[in-house]
Design a binder for this molecule. Sequence first.
Ligand code: GCW
Length: 703
Amino acid sequence: MATRTGVLPPDEDGYELWLRYRTLPAAPRRRLLASARALLAPRPATPMTDAVVGELGRAIGVLCGRAPGRAARAAPGTIVLATPQSQPALAAACGPLEDLGDEGYVVRTAPVGRGRAIIVCARHERGLLYGGFALIRALQLGADPRSLDLRSAPALSLRLLNHWDNLDRSVERGYAGQSIWDWWKLPSIVDARYADHARACASVGINGVVLNNVNAASEVLSAAWIAKAAALADVFRPWGVRVYLSVRFSAPRELGGQATADPADAGVQRWWADKAAEIHRAIPDFGGWLVKANSEGQPGPQDYGRSHAEGANTLARALAPHGSVLMWRAFVYAAENPRDRAMQAYDEFVPLDGQFLPNVIVQVKNGPIDFQPREPFHPLFGAMRATPLILECQLTKEYLGFSTHLAYLGPMWEEVLRSDTHRPQAGHTVAATLTAQPRAGMAGVANIGSDRNWCGSHFDQANWYAYGRLAWDVGARSRAIAAEWAVLTFGNDPAVRDAVVRMMMASREAVVDYMTPLGLHHLMDTGHHHGPGPWVSELNRPEWNPTYYHRADRHGIGFDRSTRGSGAVSQYAEPLARRWDDPQTTPEELLLWFHHLPWGHPMPSGRDLWHELAERYDRGVRTVQRLRATWRRLQGHVDARRHRDVSEHLAQQHAEARWWRDACLAYFQSVNGRPWPEGVTPPAGTLAEYRAMRFAFAPGRGG
Ligand code: GCW
């Protein structure tokens, strides 16, 4: 790419996200001017139709330099927002709409009078909202307004962000500043940012936000907090975003003055029912509750000898009359349980399949441990046949370099969604297990804070974007999403787009390589989870120690989850169980997840395991070096401010990637006593130096 000699693009701070409207080049601008002279919306106007008309007006006003007027009727050169009621003839011309549900849309250019008009057609105003954003996106990406033909509907009805935001504005695992919810000032002072948050969510199809941390404070159910949540719900409503709350299982006791929180207790049941009614009075379209129970010290039904189903059903029964849902997390494991941690959620939940009320949805993390750079898909997918599930992913990169490292997570989520569960038969992917249920979904742990650029770094915005796009279309390709995001974020120079996509697509695998290659996992340091700590072995709970996971000793490394070890492979259907039981047929990227192997184990590359492991660590660092070089070449093609921001982050990532490689390999070598593998960069520091590193005040610990 030749260095640009013309004028530098003006500096940007990232606040606009991908809703960054810029004037189109002359030819497409003229085409759009002729096609979007005026806008026609169904009458009477509603807050939601006003929102979409406002957004279209703003976007088109900038894209073609002239805001569209308001049309009185469908005419050539107009954009018509049409429902079967408002425009029966135009809606009929858009083909069958039944399969679009309430959120799907058609956007097409169709003959109207003696010319053509752009029709955004949907059965419901929510479809118009998503269709409006789809139109804007298509125009930003360079589509010809004279020949639009889009049709889309989401397969999942719940597409949620989970904020792990505390009521004191700290954010558990948040790396983008304080919580954006200024709880103290709510409900009377409503930051304009909330509406921009909702707009951004709507633009990618996210239709619900859990406002607070799953490690929930009871106070979120107090009258004062319900009023704050209601103020946010009012802002979100026109954007199709519903509000949900995380609740604490012991709230009836702590907040409600009950003697117990036993779900079988009549007083407790009444308390939950009254609370549900109170919330729905304040927020008529309230979405529901999310619960983390009997997990990592949180209270739950097992404190009273009740099952997860009994606990979930008590809360669900309270919500059912209002039509809202109860999301119950399956992220459970217990220190006193000697079973492999990876097996405990399956053990606990599969026997309960069929026992949950219809408005309960069980929320399952993508993998059986905890948002690691790579895990196999969670064995509950496909095994819970009678229970709707939510796939929970983590946008905030607790285990992938916080907001400092560039790691585009689209490929990771795509990998999970496309994993074949083989239940009940081959071809039944994780995505298919979700979409088989009418009320299932995805939840993404938000990476948003009060930092000006929302996510702590520019590239982390791509994870918010990609999460929404994949939750809308579980079959979408992460590369195509990356290409969209690159253009929307950095403009439509194809050379910039291609370079950015290359960087993004290489980035997650680079993190896997320099942190946890070949199926290793949970090697991070304690508490803050920043940086390597493979030597950590002294924590009280055995399964909080990295040594529990890698099991490295003089002879070998890896967690034996085969039938000769913990037996976790048996939680997967055939032929996966058989395939993953044998190191020869286990994919290399999951090798040490399922097997403990001698350091001399021969690998397909011809190297032995120790050498291969070292080579992977080195490869990860080399990839980051390449990302830096690619980005350097974009200087002059991206505005100076964002270019510098990203450069600084990449430099930090490079240093931290080397640290991960050096510390892990120095440690593993100290355990295996083998010679340093030939051709692999030796560590810059000593193991003692790495072990002595401390990180007081690292972000994201929560409150
Ligand atoms: O990954 C772990 C995090 C905890 C988090 C927990 C969970 C909200 O380290 O901070 O708690 O998962 O998902 O419940």
